[in-house]
Design a protein. Structure first.
Length: 381
């Protein structure tokens, strides 16, 4: 019996078991530039030592990690980056040289790192894309923020079972099998902002044959957005292509368009239509309900409403530290937002197709800006 099949015995029980695979990693570390002549690096720089851990990503450009060789399975993705800096197309920045121009341009993003909270361009305009085997289209295609669990370009310390943001880093523990090869790209979709320093590492297992990943699907992360949602039409979280698979969770980020509506968008039910069924086989009674909260996420015996747990959490909420009566009375005078995640470790299987919708308001009557990233496995990359 392989170590993959034995996983059900429990992580602690499996720790002593010998493994037959090899562990590899591709990173942003390169040995192609002489290190800068500063501080404790002076001696090594004078010797011509070549080393750098970060890469720059220009506007409308991308960084491509070294190809992962299969058969294998991604087990961990970690990354971090400086906030993006405004760039003059005719006079690009170069982080490899400390100049007055670089210091001036880099000052705003460096100052934003002091509080380490809001990075709108970094977390909404930098995308992670992953291609498996011979696929032309990415199976993973989402902004960094939504993929790693939060919205609105905000960094929030939390850790779920599968994704999180911890001590300045971004982490994914999703398992991503592939048969032949995999490619991870980090794409800058802005026209005039440069990522001065991006750091990343992708760790994966490599196997001698396909047996350890038999009967496993390809991982997908599907991003969607509607700004704003359409009256009378539910928001589409996921509409899969034909084929077998199972849904394992999603991140949802919402902010109302009209202050008078407060948190009324949370009245919307979430529905799962499996294999073309006309009536949903799964329907949660409200938006916060599928994320295992209630009453617009009440603050009960805690200093704040926000929380995180292994399989569900609320990472961002307006009136987070206000008591329940306060936000019920005053939420109509504010653009109310929430960012939440839910995972289904047992999976929600489908044989041919899955649609997941969520109403914005009880009858799709509340115009709201929605975006989401749905995580699922599918027989096709």
């Amino acid at each position: 019996m392989s170590e993959e099949k034995n996983h059900s015995l429990g992580e602690l029980e499996e720790l002593p078991r010998f493994r037959n695979h090899r562990v590899y990693q591709v990173t942003t570390t390169h040995h192609d530039e002489v290190i800068q002549n500063i501080s404790t690096w002076k001696e090594q720089s004078e010797k011509g030592v070549q080393h750098r851990d970060q890469v720059q990503i220009r506007p409308n450009d991308k960084y491509v990690f070294e190809e992962l060789k299969g058969p294998g399975k991604i087990t961990n993705i970690w990354c971090t980056a400086m906030p993006l800096a405004k760039e003059d197309k005719d006079n690009p920045l170069d982080i490899s040289k400390f100049t007055l121009k670089l210091i001036t341009k880099a000052a705003p993003p460096v100052l934003r790192m002091y509080k380490y909270r809001k990075f709108p361009h970094l977390l909404t305009k930098i995308y992670i894309k992953i291609f498996f085997d011979d696929a032309d289209e990415p199976s993973v295609n989402a902004p960094l923020g939504s993929f790693f669990g939060t919205g609105f370009g905000e960094y929030k310390h939390f850790m779920s079972r599968y994704v999180g943001m911890t001590a300045g880093g971004y982490v994914s523990q999703f398992r991503m099998p592939f048969k032949k090869k995999a490619r991870v790209e980090i794409a800058n979709t802005t026209d005039d902002y440069v990522c001065l320093a991006f750091y990343g590492a992708v760790t994966y297992n490599r196997y001698e044959n396909l047996q350890p990943i038999e009967n496993m699907g390809y991982f997908h992360a599907k991003y969607n957005q509607e700004y704003p949602t359409k009256e009378g039409i539910p928001y589409m979280v996921l509409d899969t292509k034909e084929g077998r698979g199972h849904f394992v969770g999603f991140t949802l980020n919402c902010v109302n368009k009209r202050r008078k509506h407060g948190f009324a968008y949370l009245e919307g039910n979430t529905k799962f239509y499996v294999d073309g069924e006309k009536e949903p086989s799964i329907e949660f009674t409200g938006t916060e309900d599928i994320f295992q909260g209630a009453w617009y996420y009440m603050r009960v015996n805690r200093k704040q409403s926000e929380f995180y747990a292994p399989y569900h959490g609320l990472t961002i909420k307006s009136f987070n530290k206000r008591d329940n009566l306060f936000f019920y009375l005053f939420s109509r005078w504010k653009y109310c937002k929430s960012s939440q995640y839910r995972f289904f470790p047992e999976g929600i299987p489908f044989k041919s197709k899955l649609q997941v919708t969520i109403h914005h308001g009880e009858f799709d009557e509340i115009p709201t800006n929605y975006n989401s990233t749905a995580y699922y496995y599918h027989e096709k990359p």
